[in-house]
Design a protein around this ligand. Structure first.
Ligand code: AP5
Length: 214
């Protein structure tokens, strides 16, 4: 069993690679972004609280996010371990996670600003199953329709250029300090996420097999 974290700017491909590792290796992705979007869609108290922050491209407050992760881990089992995608995003979240479980490795999926803007502006997501597409890099067989479940594809509200730029700023100011935090602990592994997603997934799966599995 391993617990791994994916850190990286918005659009680096964290969700895409987490989903590939789930399909190929059985690791369970724990995406705080997906949990929040579900809550917004269902109109729950959490969703109402989170929506404005998300639409502005800002972080949802730490206490809310830490509560979500604690609850998710208490109610979802993973024999193979979790891949934390998009959590932690602040030092306070990282310290809280340390109290919850052991972390075996932290992958920094880094990609240039031009690359992530191009990826996010072309991203489309399935309304029903959450599968991720890109209009050029990974188009569905039928435009606007999910290959997996036939659901409708949509563009996320925070994938507009102005909000993308805000999310990148928030990443640099509030999340990038985690890079040194985990490097000092000897847990950080650098991944050049400018490359093809399949290559990124393969490199990470190999690393986990060689260094983290027991
Ligand atoms: P979240 O959903 O986590 O967004 P993010 O971190 O900004 O990451 P993204 O989902 O945008 O990108 P990704 O790296 O997963 O890329 P993807 O694989 O989709 O968070 C959204 C919001 O929720 C935050 O702004 C915040 O408000 C809130 N939130 C969430 N967690 C929080 C926390 N812990 N604390 C506080 N607030 C929190 O790929 C992108 C596109 O590129 C896709 O179209 C894909 O097909 C394509 N693609 C991917 N990889 C490649 C590749 N290698 N080559 C070519 N195309 C690729």
């Amino acid at each position: 069993m391993i617990n791994a974290i994916f850190i990286g700017p918005p659009g680096a491909g964290k969700g895409t690679v987490a989903s590939m590792l789930h399909d190929e290796c059985g690791y369970v992705p724990l995406s705080t972004g997906d949990i929040l979007r579900r809550a917004v869609k269902e109109g729950t108290e959490l969703g109402i609280k989170a929506k404005d922050y998300m639409d502005r491209g800002e972080l949802v407050p730490d206490d809310v996010i830490i509560g979500i992760v604690k609850e998710y881990m208490a109610t979802n089992d993973s024999a193979k371990g979790f891949i934390f995608d998009g959590f932690p995003r602040t030092i306070a979240q990282a310290e809280a996670l340390q109290e919850m479980t052991q972390i075996d490795c932290v992958f920094l999926l880094d990609a240039s600003e031009d690359v992530v803007i191009e990826r996010l502006s072309g991203r489309r997501v399935c309304k029903k199953c959450g599968a991720i597409y890109h209009i050029k890099n990974h188009p569905p067989k039928v435009e606007g329709v999910c290959d997996i479940c036939g659901g409708e594809l949509y563009q996320r509200d925070d994938d507009r250029e102005q909000t993308i730029r805000m999310r990148l700023r928030v990443y640099r100011e509030q999340t990038a300090p985690l890079i040194d935090f985990y490097r000092e602990k000897g847990l950080l592994v650098d991944i050049d996420a400018n490359r093809d997603a399949v290559e990124n997934a393969r490199e990470i799966a190999d690393y986990i097999k060689r260094h983290c599995s027991n």
